[in-house]
Design a protein around this ligand. Structure first.
Ligand code: FE2
Length: 300
């Protein structure tokens, strides 16, 4: 388990005002040449800074490609905005960042290899992602992995972010679009280590992952088939883990709707999709008594 602790940040923050945290998701940028959307990303980040948010969470699917050279564009923008540090921004990958669907299908059709290659390719991509964004994970040079925890201390308010990877390898039968999610058993078990409970004590705990806990289902068979291709397979296990960690809120993306709901007594925020609406983000205000408020903000 990887823990990262902040020194006291903004110790003069008045606890009655609370700490603001921004969240958005699913940018699905088209690459370095997607200048219009990249400009909009800068505009959104500027608005978030202006609103006084202390931390920004981006919950995956940055690009429609798995190219590290594309990821660098987001990194450069964060650097330009003076946001490129682990106590200011958290980014996790989504399925579009880690799974090259075309490549998987081509290799599958050509060679019909076993599952080992798929898992290996995903692991390699995840390693690349963590390497490109390592300063947002560890604040240092070492390459880290999932799950990991950030404990951020703002005066008398402590906020902990628990990052879990929900992307699992493409598979022609079980994950034909690469969009289903699953968390490795070992990753969930790591969160049951007593050191985690100690680290999170008296802190406001937020779980962060890419796939949606809930996808709006209907009784229509076609919708159900769609739900299946998108679903987070072991979401119940994730929920139990988050309940055990006494999480107050879960943040995710993947299913492109700006929405909030409650599961098992925990508030859930779907950060929607920047691609659909680049002028909206979710803003949470956390107070020292452990209470919080959430709203979606539409920037001017
Ligand atoms: Fe996704």
């Amino acid at each position: 388990m990887n823990f990262y602790w902040s020194p006291e940040i903004n110790p003069l923050v008045l606890s009655d005002k609370g700490i603001k945290l921004a969240h958005f998701s699913d940018l699905h940028l088209a690459g370095r040449q997607d200048s219009r959307r990249l400009e909009r990303l800068e505009t959104l980040l500027e608005a978030i800074i202006k609103a006084g948010c202390s931390h920004i969470v981006i919950s995956g699917d940055l690009f429609n490609s798995t190219e590290p050279s594309d990821w660098m564009v987001v990194r450069e923008i964060l650097q330009k905005k003076n946001l490129y540090s682990w106590d200011k921004v958290t980014i996790i990958p989504g399925n579009h960042d880690l799974i090259n669907l075309e490549e998987e299908m081509r290799i599958y059709n050509a060679l019909n290899p076993g599952a080992g290659g798929k898992a290996k390719r995903l692991r390699r991509k995840m390693k690349e992602f963590c390497s490109v964004f390592r300063e947002l994970i560890t604040g240092e040079d070492a390459v880290a992995g999932f799950p990991y925890i950030k404990v951020l201390q703002y005066g008398d308010i402590s906020i902990s972010l628990v990052m879990v990877n929900t992307v699992f390898p493409w598979n022609n039968i079980d994950n034909p679009l690469g969009a289903r999610g699953s968390i490795k058993r070992g990753e969930l078990e790591a969160l049951f280590d007593p050191s985690v409970e100690n680290a999170l004590r008296d802190s406001f705990v937020i779980g962060v992952f890419h796939h949606a806990y809930r996808i709006y289902g209907t009784d229509v068979l076609l919708d159900q088939a769609f739900d299946w291709t998108m679903e987070l397979k072991n979401r119940e296990e994730l929920l139990h883990t988050m309940q055990r960690l006494k999480a107050s809120v879960l943040l995710h993306g993947h299913f492109h709707r700006f929405q909030t709901y409650t599961v098992g007594g925990i508030g859930v925020v779907n950060g929607g999709s920047f691609r659909l609406n680049p002028r909206r983000y979710s803003e949470m205000t956390i107070k020292s008594d452990g209470s919080f408020e959430q709203r979606f903000v539409d920037i001017d």
